[in-house]
Ligand binder design. Sequence first.
Ligand code: FAD
Length: 202
Amino acid sequence: MVEILPAQADEAKNETAGVYAREEGRKKKAIPKGVVLDKDGKPCRSCTSFRDWAAMTEKKIASPQPKEPPSTTTAATSLPLDCPPDVETLGRSTWTLLHTIAATYPTTAPMEKQTEMKTFINIFSRVYPCWVCAEDFQRWIELPENRLLPGRQGGHLSGRASFGQWMCGAHNEVNRKLGKREFDCRRYEERWRTGWADGRCD
Ligand SMILES: Cc1cc2nc3c(=O)[nH]c(=O)nc-3n(C[C@H](O)[C@H](O)[C@H](O)COP(=O)(O)OP(=O)(O)OC[C@H]3O[C@@H](n4cnc5c(N)ncnc54)[C@H](O)[C@@H]3O)c2cc1C
């Protein structure tokens, strides 16, 4: 389930009994709790969980198949694999890409690589399709302690270890916001590069 995000806080204030009415031209529309609106006022699919989206479109969410256990903890929401991603599917795929990029970053990064990575993260933070997620991420990367400063000795971009910890911190920030358990960043390499010490990934 998607939390009501900070950007929706004002809208949430107007909420009554879990549903609020919104003026859209002359037409009033009921938007279920949890559905995030795009800046044009329409529901934002990549900002909303499939569960909340399906509640809005009044679709029944399929139960997991009895013979096939869900492959992830949230598969019970059953967004078919060939549908546009909801906020969770998009998030999981994106974190996989971001952490894999961090885990394969050079041990000691040359200046050119550091500049490239700063540019990538800045652009990423502007084009990420869930706009509420993107805006919070932009704010986080602008905090003095999180700034990516190419060339700074021991800085977040200086090499794989520090960049991985930065990425882990970025993800934990979202975990906290969503009320999820924080990841132990000491296990970062095992999770994203080497595989777990017990050998189950080998
Ligand atoms: C930049 C960004 C901002 C986002 N903002 C929002 C938001 O505002 N609202 C919203 O509803 N969703 C947001 N999401 C999506 C959200 O973070 C999750 O991806 C989504 O809720 C699915 O969560 P999950 O529990 O399946 O696992 P995910 O959080 O996607 O994690 C996938 C896997 O990564 C590993 N992991 C978890 N935490 C860490 C960590 N700190 N470091 C390294 N590995 C870790 C775990 O093994 C986990 O199974 C955002 C995603 C991104 C990429």
